[in-house]
Design a binder for this molecule. Structure first.
Ligand SMILES: [Zn+2]
Length: 384
């Protein structure tokens, strides 16, 4: 696989499709695989054997015969090792242990201070990796960083977000320690990948917006992350919103979506109204949950602004779904306002089959996405 794309070669793609079909339970034998893939049984058998030799696929007894030899049933070898993931946030590192089919088996969190720099932070993460893997073989590792990432080098690209981290090759550092493929990306892209693959598998188009204290989004095209020319695709937070009142934004412009729809902006708006008991996004959401009129109105307006920013994107990109994650996605008035603005502002053709809903993978979206991204980077047998 080339480092600047997550599209596998046709040869790798066959191995991956075989694994996907077996994982999803859509093919249980070599015969069913050949039928599903439209390939000669001999081609499929050779590739399945190479996946068995690699410890990825296993035989699980015999199925029923429809005349002739009974087919040997296939499964993903979930006993042969684990996929490890980590979601690095401002104050915590959340580690996930996944089976080879990507299923999340266990999570563990530790406090970390990113401003301590990459080496002590990654040392703490690796200690937790060692603990949770319990000596089982590790197939691959997926890492989520809370800022723009150059996926070719596996390093952070914007110094303002994570001082001391730019230039430090997080992926390479961890790969040297474990000797397995390490895939790195930012949290918004991985949340999008995690939710998308859980809902649609490796096909279809979607946008996942993380609406919490800040706003970010990831775009999935044909089941894969779309990064754009410079990795900035999906940066919806600096979309200008009409009538937003020219509030200065962290980017230097005024009137960005972030200034009117982020959790931080909701807190500011409540405090401007004299609500000094409000300190966090959670405080505003709790008030809105209790149907307190001022908080509810502010949350709804934030949803309308996000819907406004999304409507241009939906008209242009025509996705199957818009998923919302982050703390604000738990607020029904927020989601309802996003939905109604998008449906109102978009061409009916663009919204005919569009789903706008809270992400099913919830707080685990990033870990699921990191596991999928690690699995996409797993070195698979390319020729039998
Ligand atoms: Zn901005």
């Amino acid at each position: 696989m080339t480092p600047d794309t997550d599209r596998p070669s046709p040869d790798e793609a066959l191995s991956r499709r075989i694994i996907d079909l077996i994982s999803a339970g859509r093919a249980r034998s070599r015969t069913e695989l050949a039928a599903a893939l439209g390939l000669a049984p001999s081609t499929v058998s050779l590739r399945v054997q190479s996946l068995i030799d690699a410890g990825l696929v296993t035989e699980r007894g015999e199925g029923t015969s429809r005349g002739g030899r009974r087919p040997r049933l296939l499964g993903i070898d979930d006993t042969s090792g684990v996929i490890l993931t980590v979601d690095l946030g401002g104050g915590h590192a959340r580690v996930g242990v996944h089976s080879l089919s990507g299923a999340l088996r266990e999570t563990r969190s530790i406090p970390v201070t990113l401003t301590d720099g990459p080496e002590p932070t990654m040392a703490a993460v690796c200690r937790l990796f060692d603990e949770v893997s319990g000596g089982r073989p590790i197939h691959a590792i997926g890492i989520s960083l809370p800022g723009p990432v150059d996926i070719a080098t596996g390093s952070v690209t914007q110094p303002s977000r994570m001082p001391g981290w730019p230039g430090f090759r997080v992926g390479e550092h961890v790969r040297q320690r474990y000797g397995v493929p390490v895939a790195v990306d930012n949290d918004a892209n991985l949340a999008a990948l995690g939710e998308h693959r859980a809902q649609f598998g490796a096909t279809g188009h979607s946008i996942t917006v993380k609406a919490g204290t800040a706003i970010g989004s990831g775009i999935i095209v044909d089941g894969h992350i779309h990064r754009g020319a410079t990795g900035a695709a999906g940066d919806i937070t600096h979309t200008r919103i009409d009538g937003s009142g020219d509030i200065p934004c962290s980017c230097g412009n005024t009137g960005c979506l972030e200034t009117v729809a982020s959790g931080a902006s909701l807190v500011r708006q409540m405090r401007e109204r004299g609500r000094t008991e409000v300190h966090t996004t959670a405080d505003v959401l709790a008030l809105a949950f209790d149907a307190e009129p001022e908080a509810t109105s502010i949350v709804r307006t934030a949803g309308t602004h996000l819907g406004q920013a999304l409507s241009g994107v939906v008209n242009f990109f025509n996705p199957h779904a818009v998923f919302l994650t982050g703390s604000m996605s738990a607020s029904e008035p927020f989601i309802a306002a996003v939905r109604s603005r998008v449906y109102e502002a978009c061409h009916p053709l663009a919204t005919q089959q569009l789903r706008i809903e809270a992400a099913q993978t919830r707080a685990d979206a990033i870990l699921h996405g990191a596991a999928r991204w690690a699995l996409d980077n797993l070195e698979l047998p390319t020729a039998a």
